[in-house]
Design a protein around this ligand. Sequence first.
Ligand SMILES: [Zn+2]
Length: 344
Amino acid sequence: MSETIEQHVARLHRHGVVDMHFDLPMDLYDKRARQNVLATDFLEDLDAGDIAIAGVALYIEDRYLPEMGLRVALDQIARLYHEVDGSDRFAVCRSYQEILRAREQNRIALLITMEGVEPLGGDLDLLRVFYELGLRSLCLTHVRRNAAGDGGLFAPGGSPRGGLTPFGRDVIRECERLGIIIDLAHISPAGFDDVLEIATKPVIISHTNARKYFDIERNVTDEQIKSIGARGGVIGINAVLVALTKEEATLDRYIDHIEHVRDLIGIDGVGIGFDFFEFIYRQWSEAEQVAFQKKFTHALFVPGLAKHSDSRGLTRRLIERGFSDDEIEKILFRNWMRIFSERL
Ligand SMILES: [Zn+2]
């Protein structure tokens, strides 16, 4: 008796799916007047996609900078803990062992990450404070410049060439000392090279794509992909920077990015970093949506891959495209777990 495709998907999802980039804390902060937001707004969709672990990113919007950056980041963490305390289905995890324990208890494990060091200002001591609050993965910049360096532009060239600042270099060393995973998402090409020069442990890219299919400096070249693979790192494939045009931004093109990274560095280097934020975008006013579209002209929401419950559709398509069970489990779960077991 043969397995149906739904049974096959369920079997490959039995450990769950890891998404290393989710803008959850920012949304919890925006909804701070409400209670049980995790349970009412997120749990059903996360469960429908069998999400087991999510990297949830502290991110500070321009309107809070510079003065409010630290405060908003702390408030985002406060909202996250408050929400998790109010649910028996989530846990903020600080170590690999805590992730395993959370999964045994059928909780979704949340790892606190940071997207841009703006909350630190230029104060390295604050990195220790955030570590104590649970920060376990850090990406130095978003697109704008900060005390650590510059982000890569959403354009094929023209990113600042200065690389990391001395503070940015100190942040890398301190992350390795404390036990915070270094994430190269968003960093400029020059900054990318600087990080690799300093870092001694495996680094990740939580959410990015291949410039082969979408040539902007915010994404990564074949050389950059190979340098992550050579260090035993993992690259999370991003679901909102799949292609330049709406016609090409499809589930199959998303899988082309997966395939390309696999072909360059092997299956052990591929993971998921969905970066779903259509739910946030839909909550904005029309003026905010227009401002966003002007700033990030290239962010396109992929039909059939726009929310966590779409993970099953992704797995179904991976099977149809000929990926083996072993490959799919590594992409969805095991590669990120290997990084957590080594680094947390
Ligand atoms: Zn991002």
